[in-house]
Design a protein around this ligand. Structure first.
Ligand SMILES: NC(=O)c1ccc[n+]([C@@H]2O[C@H](COP(=O)([O-])OP(=O)(O)OC[C@H]3O[C@@H](n4cnc5c(N)ncnc54)[C@H](OP(=O)(O)O)[C@@H]3O)[C@@H](O)[C@H]2O)c1
Length: 210
């Protein structure tokens, strides 16, 4: 599959692109700045310019699946959380439907919830939760991956997944990227949403066991 990676220049997005490149699928890295193109071109990865605050149709041409790994980040204000994490994600889902693409893998977050209240980052959790609900209501073949706190340590290839994990925790960006890529063609994760933390079970077996 030719897989559009939205947020390809981000910390997790870059690992997703590398994993796709090393595997059987072909990445198309969506970046929003011309200056970011070289980093991917040097490794033989095609890029397309796109911004989640703008129409996305041209970026989707010729793609078979989408991995959404973008995010407004903690250094921007709540306005960008709404514009990118909520409205940008919703816009991408509509554009994917319009383009006739079926597979959509969403990098969400543990505790994302359209009704989140009383948490220091409730505005973010609501934005992610609203985007997730929009995806669930779509006709797409979706998977929603909800990691805990992301870390930059090397991956272990071992995780814990469940529709709902109660205890907070973390997982590496490396293992999160591996799960996003594995989800593309894993038979057991179609139209499923699950929490993700570091754990003891190899990724494929953990997804089998959902
Ligand atoms: N941090 C955590 O602990 C945590 C936990 C659970 C889930 N998550 C979620 O995981 C995802 C990835 O996290 P990360 O830390 O790897 O992200 P990151 O390094 O902050 O990267 C985010 C990417 O999104 C891109 N982006 C921002 N606004 C955009 C726009 N308008 N249009 C297109 N692209 C845009 C950025 O582009 P530029 O490179 O141009 O800036 C960047 O490449 C996010 O969705 C986040 O919400 C994070």
């Amino acid at each position: 599959m030719r897989v559009l990676v939205i947020g390809a220049n981000g910390k997790t997005g870059r690992i997703v692109v590398n994993r796709l490149r090393e595997g059987t699928h072909t990445p198309l890295a969506m970046v929003r700045d011309e200056a970011q193109v070289g980093r991917f071109a040097d490794r033989g990865v095609d890029t397309v310019l796109g911004d989640l605050e703008e129409p996305l149709d041209p970026a989707l041409e010729g793609c078979d699946a989408v991995i959404f790994a973008a995010g407004s980040g903690s250094s921007t204000g709540p306005d960008k959380t709404l514009a990118v994490d909520r409205d940008g994600a919703v816009r991408s889902i509509a554009a994917v439907e319009e383009a006739g693409i079926q597979r959509y893998i969403m990098l969400s977050a543990m505790r994302a919830d359209p009704g989140s209240e009383g948490h220091p980052i409730s505005h973010y959790l609501r934005a992610k939760g609203i985007a997730d609900e929009h995806l669930i209501r779509s006709d797409l073949d979706w998977t929603i991956v909800r990691p805990g706190r992301l870390t930059d340590e090397p991956g272990t290839g071992r995780i814990r997944v469940s529709p709902k994990l109660e205890t907070p925790g973390s997982v590496t960006r490396s293992d999160t990227a591996a799960v996003l890529v594995a989800a593309l063609d894993h038979p057991n994760v179609s139209r499923r949403r699950f929490d993700l933390l570091e754990g003891e079970t190899p990724i494929a077996a953990a997804l089998d066991g959902l």
